[in-house]
Design a protein around this ligand. Sequence first.
Ligand SMILES: *Cc1c(COP(=O)(O)O)cnc(C)c1O
Length: 431
Amino acid sequence: MSQLISKDQKHVWHPFTQHHTAGDPLPIVKAEGVYLYDETGKSYIDANASWWVNTHGHGHPHIGKAMSEQFQTVDHIVFAGATHPKAVELAERICGHLPDHFQKVFFSDNGSTAVEIALKMAIQYWHNKGEHKQRFLAMHGSYHGDTFGAMSVGQRGYFNAPFEPLFFDTDYLDFPTESNEVAILERAEILLSSGDFAGLILEPLVQGAAGMRMYSAEFLDRLTAVAQKHDVLVIFDEVMTGFGKTGKLFSMDHCQNKPDFVALSKGLTAGVMALGLTVTSNKIYEAFLGEETTKALLHGHSFTANPIACAVACANLDLFEHEETWQNIDAMVDWNQTFAQELSQFDFVANIRQQGTILAFEVQDTSTGSASVGEASYFSDLKTRAYEFFLERGVLLRPLGNVIFVNPPFCITEEEYGRVKEVILEFLKSL
Ligand SMILES: *Cc1c(COP(=O)(O)O)cnc(C)c1O
């Protein structure tokens, strides 16, 4: 065992990891472009985009330059009562890329806090207006993060069972399939017309952690319309779907009806720095204005609007403003379509689905003989077998239960994508 691994095991507690049964962590000592390198020099294609965050590849020179220049200019400052150019630039540019009513940006550090802040803003918005609306409507299978508010609106179950008695109450809609859409909309209509709901929160078009489950923009538009008809605030959690994943900059760019809040993180900083944004309208912002301090959003984090993270997020936007990035995203969409066709030859491959650069499918669980349709069964051993098979062949993919998905950085070449595909096909043929 390498020193790095033995010292890691002595002192490090990893996320989402049962250390009693987990294998050794992958000792990554270098990352460049689409590749990760371990201590022995072996390379891995990062087909998981480092937990869905990386947009333009590792060690991108434009990102690195922005980072070091910002460090030499303003490294970090308090953000209450002070400001700095990169926060202002980022806020202005993000609003420029979102629909016109998005005019105010609140900074935090990650996806969970971006969601948490949207929930708090929605509750306090109604509170400040003298209305008692504290309930949220969410969707089964959703994942919004690991802080208490975010867990309270997420899927309940084995990931958060010890905490469940402490969550606030949330109502859940079923995940839409062709046969139940009308029933879901009717139920939403009944619930949301009650006047009890502060907000509706959704992962738009793709539920990430549930196993890359996808639904249509038409359905999303209809659901958003029901909420807005009843004056219920709509929160899109675009922490995963933002920044090109769905083939457009944001999921909401596929929709007619736009939300009141959007939570952004992950791809926001090209996958390099920790930063979260909660973006909303002047209508919401203005409800927090008044003579009393208590009307304000009394929330903040030590590293709010960290200038280096903001500079990196601006540099990430520079790259998204390059034609070449979109050419590559469009090419990935095509490669995924072709790959989806090829996958359909396997009769034990089910629910092949694609939204832009994300391609996902389910492998029938051969031990039970049943395809777990829809939700990922997280404890399926296929996940471990597949993960190790791919790693041995130099591809890093982390299946969600029996769901295998590809979600690589947008700088991946046709040849590198071809290698990912080849390894997946080899795995399927081995079953
Ligand atoms: C990852 C994720 C979060 C949580 O973000 P963190 O940065 O991990 O806290 C929230 N919502 C969605 C949709 C996510 O995919």
